[in-house]
Structure formats: structure tokens, C-alpha cells
Design a protein around this ligand. Structure first.
Ligand code: AMP
Ligand code: ZN
Length: 314
């Protein structure tokens, strides 16, 4: 299997315990799991906790929702295949005759390679939940004064990184918020959400801290991109120790400068190029961190944590 990462001992143990407790339901493919009801209840409660925090901070982001597929054209325009060719997934489908369908089914029935019968569709799988937001906002024309804050919700993202680590999934939920405005406004927003998110996660009992980070750019040129991203502190992550050997990033705060706004031509009210930033909470990783910290029996979690997730309103 391509690029499969073996689990460390503690990762394998945690995965086994999660499956045993009914939190994760294995599909047979690494990094693709069903979710049990307690796990899902925590995930949805965490999402609502973030929504309440945004409101409490005086934000009323505009809710937009997108399916977890992107036009192939958009992946091409974004340069995703230059930066992250190893993570992208594209959708292929059958477009042949009855005879070809029979030939494909026969090979597939024997678990052979039936890819020669598949043709590229117009779609790729969405690798980051904010991607559809930028062209959608660009379509509206010039931004209103003060820019916009968009809530694209907690949708599925796909990344082809098969692994035995229960924290490294191929399909997972990312709760994003996106700010598109003047450069200083966007930077201040990104930093204030980084600090607010850390407090929200620490309040839930997680031993979390933030650090400068980089995206997993591909290849040798990618190493330079990653170094430059770090030098400019364009990306922060919130880290928690879940398993050995490394801490796990449970949330990210990204300042894209004019990367997306330049591509789509998004202008501020006074005619300047807008900048963009986004934040992404990794839902499954946050649930995992909570289960690791407070135990696999959600009903027995500390009262303060349960009440922050379920009781507090407003
Ligand atoms: P990124 O766009 O890479 O910063 O991802 C946003 C957030 O999604 C990260 O902070 C992680 O919490 C989460 N995430 C990224 N990749 C994975 C993965 N393979 N499995 C589970 N969660 C992930
Ligand atoms: Zn994003």
C-alpha cells in the first residue's frame, strides 16, 4: 500500500482500546473509521462549544456549507498538486460500454486492478474545508467594509495518508472559520483565535500549547516552502501529547497573506487586495485527546468538562 505509516506501540494500543470501547469502528482501510455514539456526541458538542465561543467573542460569522468534493479545476488552480501531490485524492468513474462494464466487474470481482476502466470525473476530494469559501466570496465582488468572517462548518476533508495511528485519518472533520479582510485585521483575527482556541482547549482539561508550524509540503522544494512558512510564522498549531513519538496537532491557525485573494481577485472595500486567514479544529483528534485525557468512559468524565461541553449555553 502506498506510503503506509506503521503505528507506534502506543498508537496501536490506543487504536485497539478505542475499537474495543466502541468509539471507532474499523472499515478495514487504515485511517477510515466509523464512529460510535459517545464519540460522535463529544464531537458534535465540541463543535457547538466553538460556535458559542465565536458568539461570545462578538463574532457572527456567515454560515456557508459545501460538499466534501471540489471541482478538479479548483485543485489545479490552487497549485495543490505542486505542493501536496502526495495527499490529494481524485474521483474517477466508469464511462464505458456494457462489454467494458462486464470486463471491469469481472476483474473487480477477483479484487484485481480495474483502474483501466475508470475515467477522471470533474471532482477531487476536498483536502481543506475552507477551499470552497474563497471563490464563493470572490463571486460577490468587492468585500464590504471590514471584510467578512465565514463559518464553513465542520465538514469532511480527505488526505491520502494511510496510517495505523488513530490520530492520522484519511477522512476526518475539520471545523474551520475564515476571515477575509484588510491585512492587519486578518492577522489580528488569526492571533486572537489562536489564543482563544488554546484557552477553550485548556478549559476542557487538555494539556495543550501552541507552536509555530508548517504544512507538509512535498519534496525538496517543499522543504524550502516549509522553512519560509515557519520563518514568517504563517502557521501555528495547538499541540497535545496523545501517543508516542510526537505530539499531535489538534488545531491550526493559518495566515495565507494574498495567496487565495490574489488567485481569485478578492478586493477590500477601498480597492486593496484582501488577505485571508483560516483556523481549523481537527475534530477527531480533539475527541481522541479528550478520551485519552479523561478516559474512554465519557459518562465518567469530570463534571466541569461535561458541563462546558453540554450544559453551558450562551
Ligand atoms: P491543516 O490544514 O493541515 O492545518 O489541518 C487542520 C487540522 O486538521 C489540523 O490541525 C489537525 O487537527 C487536523 N488534521 C490534519 N490532518 C489530519 C489527519 N490526517 N487526520 C486527522 N486530523 C487531521
Ligand atoms: Zn483553511
Amino acid at each position: 500500500m502506498a506510503a503506509y505509516r506503521e503505528a507506534s506501540e502506543s498508537q496501536a494500543q490506543l487504536l485497539e482500546a478505542l475499537v474495543e470501547a466502541g468509539h471507532l469502528i474499523p472499515s478495514g482501510v487504515p485511517g477510515v473509521y466509523g464512529r460510535g455514539s459517545d464519540y460522535e456526541a463529544v464531537r458534535l458538542a465540541f463543535d457547538a462549544y466553538v460556535t458559542r465561543a465565536a458568539l461570545a467573542a462578538g463574532e457572527t460569522p456567515e454560515v456557508l456549507r459545501f460538499p466534501p468534493v471540489l471541482p478538479r479545476r479548483q485543485i489545479e488552480d490552487l497549485g495543490y498538486l505542486e505542493n501536496f501531490p502526495h495527499l490529494a485524492g481524485s474521483v474517477f468513474a466508469f464511462e464505458g460500454s456494457e462489454g467494458q462494464a462486464r470486463a471491469m466487474a469481472e476483474v473487480a470481482g477477483q479484487h484485481g486492478d480495474w483502474s483501466e476502466h475508470q475515467h477522471p470525473s470533474d471532482l477531487c476530494l476536498t483536502p481543506a474545508v475552507c477551499y470552497p469559501v474563497y471563490p464563493a466570496v470572490a463571486r460577490r465582488g468587492t468585500l464590504p467594509a471590514g471584510g467578512v468572517t465565514i463559518d464553513p462548518g465542520a465538514s469532511y476533508a480527505f488526505r491520502h495518508e494511510p496510517s495505523g495511528d488513530p490520530a492520522r485519518l484519511q477522512m476526518f472533520h475539520m471545523r474551520e472559520l475564515v476571515r477575509i479582510a484588510e491585512p492587519e485585521t486578518v492577522q489580528t483575527w488569526r492571533d486572537s483565535w489562536r489564543d482563544r482556541a488554546l484557552a477553550l482547549l485548556v478549559d476542557l482539561g487538555l494539556d495543550a500549547r501552541f507552536d509555530v508550524a508548517n504544512d507538509p509540503f512535498f519534496g525538496r522544494a517543499g522543504r524550502m516552502m516549509a522553512a519560509s512558512q515557519r520563518d514568517q510564522a504563517l502557521k501555528f498549531e495547538i499541540l497535545v501529547d496523545i501517543t508516542d513519538p510526537e505530539p499531535t496537532a489538534i488545531a491550526s491557525f493559518n495566515y495565507h497573506q494574498d495567496h487565495f485573494s490574489g488567485l481569485y481577485g478578492i478586493e477590500t472595500a477601498d480597492g486593496g487586495t484582501a488577505h485571508t486567514a483560516c483556523l481549523g479544529f481537527g475534530h477527531e483528534r480533539i475527541v481522541l485527546a479528550l478520551l485519552k485525557t479523561h478516559g474512554l468512559d465519557v459518562a465518567a468524565w469530570p463534571g466541569e468538562v461535561r458541563s462546558l461541553l453540554w450544559d453551558s449555553v450562551g
